[in-house]
Write a protein that binds this ligand. Structure first.
Ligand SMILES: Nc1ncnc2c1ncn2[C@@H]1O[C@H](COP(=O)(O)OP(=O)(O)OP(=O)(O)O)[C@@H](O)[C@H]1O
Length: 237
């Protein structure tokens, strides 16, 4: 896919810097990064272990306040918002998928996906109906009433994806979404993420070591010594 520099970014970062530790032990992790993430595009953040990928994801997702620079969602600077507004924005616009699925062992697939809607105050019948639809979108319409112990790794990740996407977030942050999966399930999850985000215009930012994701990405950002090197155009500016 070609770069679309004129499309307004869903998410952007400017002069993003962060270091851990103090004094002599202070270690810079991110150095003045400038990145743009466009609607409907999947950007991979790659790099050696310890290169700062998770730190970048946390800063972009409003979970870690960087030492310097800003992260913008549209025109809003995340860290310029009052904490309650940032929390609201994160809940409404951002979703997260992790390597370990993070499902509740006692809940069935439909209950896992309906839960965030119920927590937002949606009535039970409407939440279950939307959850059922989201599970159908990830191909799990015959698994609605199964618990995590009865699902394969790939199916669990698909439940986690349905749960992340049920509220139609603008940005999906994924931390190693395929590394716990075998090649068939990994490939299936990647294709699904691609298809769903294109259909809904969601922006994906995925941290990964998994080279299987590369052919599916619009943009690849390699982190090296805290500096981002765009391997494929679109994200880095
Ligand atoms: N809370 C913290 N306090 C101090 N140092 C930290 C903290 N979190 C991360 N680091 C350090 O910052 C550097 C970057 O960590 P980060 O987890 O962002 O890297 P990563 O690229 O995601 O690594 P991996 O691929 O192994 O998950 C590492 O050297 C790590 O030890």
């Amino acid at each position: 896919m070609k770069a679309c520099p004129d499309v307004p970014a869903t998410l952007s970062a400017h002069g993003l810097s962060h270091a851990y530790g103090r004094g002599a032990t202070r270690a810079p992790v991110l150095r003045e990064l400038a990145l743009r993430f466009l609607p409907g595009q999947m950007t991979l953040v790659m790099g050696a272990s310890g290169s700062g990928k998770s730190t970048l994801l946390a800063a972009l997702g409003g979970l870690l306040r960087p030492d310097a620079g800003e992260v913008k969602f549209g025109a809003n600077s995340l860290w310029g918002l009052a904490p309650s507004l940032l929390e609201q924005l994160r809940k409404r616009e951002f979703a997260y998928v992790f390597q370990g699925f993070n499902l509740f062992s006692a809940l069935t697939a439909i209950e896992q996906v309906a839960l965030p809607l119920r927590l937002d105050g949606e009535v039970r019948a409407a939440a279950r109906s939307r959850a059922e639809q989201a599970l159908a979108e990830v191909g799990l319409d015959r698994h609605l009433h199964l618990r995590p112990a009865e699902l394969s790794g790939g199916e669990k990740q698909r439940v986690a994806i349905a749960r992340a996407l049920v509220k139609h977030p603008s940005v999906l942050f994924a931390d190693e979404p395929t590394s716990a999966l075998d090649s068939l399930n990994g490939e299936r999850v990647i294709r699904l993420l691609r298809e769903l985000t294109r259909r809904h215009g969601t922006t994906i930012v995925a941290v990964t070591h998994d080279p299987r994701l590369k052919p599916h990405a619009d943009c690849i950002v390699n982190l090296c010594d805290g500096v981002a090197v765009a391997e494929r155009q679109g994200a880095a500016s």
